[in-house]
Write a protein that binds this ligand. Structure first.
Ligand code: SAH
Length: 220
C-alpha cells in the first residue's frame, strides 16, 4: 500500500469516527447530513494540518485570519436549514469551502459569496479540483445577497452580524430558513434561525456560538 493510500484510509477512518462521536452522539439525525459529512474530505480543505487535526472536535485556522467551523456546528447548521435535493441555497462566507461542499452533496445548487478576494480564488480552485459542478461562487459583500439567483430555499451565514441584513430576509423563499450568528451583546453571539412563514417572520435562538465578524456594508 502506498503512503497516499494509507493516508486516504486514515482520513476515511477519522471521518467515520467524527460522524459517530461528534455528530450522531450529539443529536444530528438527518441522514443526508450524516452521509454528506462521511463523504466530504475535510482534510483537503485545511492545508497545513494533520489528518487527525482536520477531523478534530474544534475550529481550525484557514489563513487570512479566518477559521473553518467545528464539525458539529457545520452538521447542526446544515440540519437546521432543512433542505433537500431540490433546494437552491445561498451561503455567505465561503471561507475554505468545506460547508459549501457539504451543502453541495445535499442540495441541487449552492451559491456562495466570499469577501476576501484571495480566499475566494483559493477556494474556487479547490472546489473545481475536487470536481463539484453544482457550486457557483463569487467575491463580494454577501450582506447584499445575490439578487440574480433569488429566492433561495435557505440561506446560511458563517460570519457574525450585528443584525439580519434586510437583503437576506428579502431573498429568502417563503417557507425558507435563514441561519445566522447574531452579535447579541459586546462579546456574545447566538445562532439564530429566521423562518419566513405565511404569518410573517419567526425567529429563535439555538445556542451560543463564536464566529468571525461579518465585513462590508454591515460594518458602517
Ligand atoms: N464556512 C466557512 C467559514 C469561514 S469564516 C468555512 O467553513 O471555512 C467566515 C468567512 O466569512 C470568512 O472567509 C470571511 O472572509 C467571510 N466573510 C465575512 N464577511 C463577509 C461578507 N460580508 N460577505 C461574504 N463573506 C464574508
Amino acid at each position: 500500500m502506498s503512503a497516499s493510500d494509507s493516508s486516504e484510509v486514515k482520513a476515511i477512518s477519522c471521518r467515520l469516527n467524527m460522524v459517530d462521536r461528534q455528530l450522531k452522539a450529539r443529536g444530528i439525525t438527518d441522514g443526508a447530513v450524516l452521509a454528506a459529512m462521511r463523504t466530504v474530505p475535510r482534510h483537503l480543505f485545511v492545508p497545513g494540518q494533520s489528518i487527525e487535526q482536520a477531523y478534530g472536535d474544534y475550529p481550525l485556522p484557514i489563513g487570512h485570519e479566518q477559521t473553518i467551523s467545528q464539525p458539529y456546528i457545520v452538521g447542526s447548521m446544515t440540519q437546521e436549514m432543512a433542505v433537500d435535493g431540490n433546494s437552491r441555497v445561498l451561503e455567505i462566507g465561503t471561507g475554505c469551502g468545506y460547508q459549501t461542499a457539504v451543502l453541495a452533496e445535499i442540495v441541487q445548487h449552492v451559491y456562495s459569496i466570499e469577501y476576501i478576494p484571495d480566499l475566494f480564488e483559493e477556494t474556487r480552485d479547490r472546489l473545481h479540483r475536487l470536481g463539484y459542478n453544482n457550486i457557483t461562487t463569487m467575491a463580494g459583500d454577501g450582506s447584499l445577497g445575490w439578487p440574480r439567483y433569488a429566492p433561495f430555499a435557505s440561506i446560511i451565514v458563517t460570519a457574525a452580524a450585528p443584525a439580519v441584513p434586510p437583503a437576506l430576509s428579502d431573498q429568502l423563499a417563503e417557507g425558507g430558513r435563514l441561519l445566522i450568528p447574531l452579535q447579541v451583546s459586546g462579546f456574545s453571539q447566538e445562532l439564530y434561525v429566521i423562518e419566513k412563514t405565511p404569518q410573517g417572520i419567526k425567529s429563535r435562538s439555538l445556542y451560543a456560538v463564536r464566529f468571525v465578524p461579518m465585513r462590508g456594508a454591515i460594518e458602517d
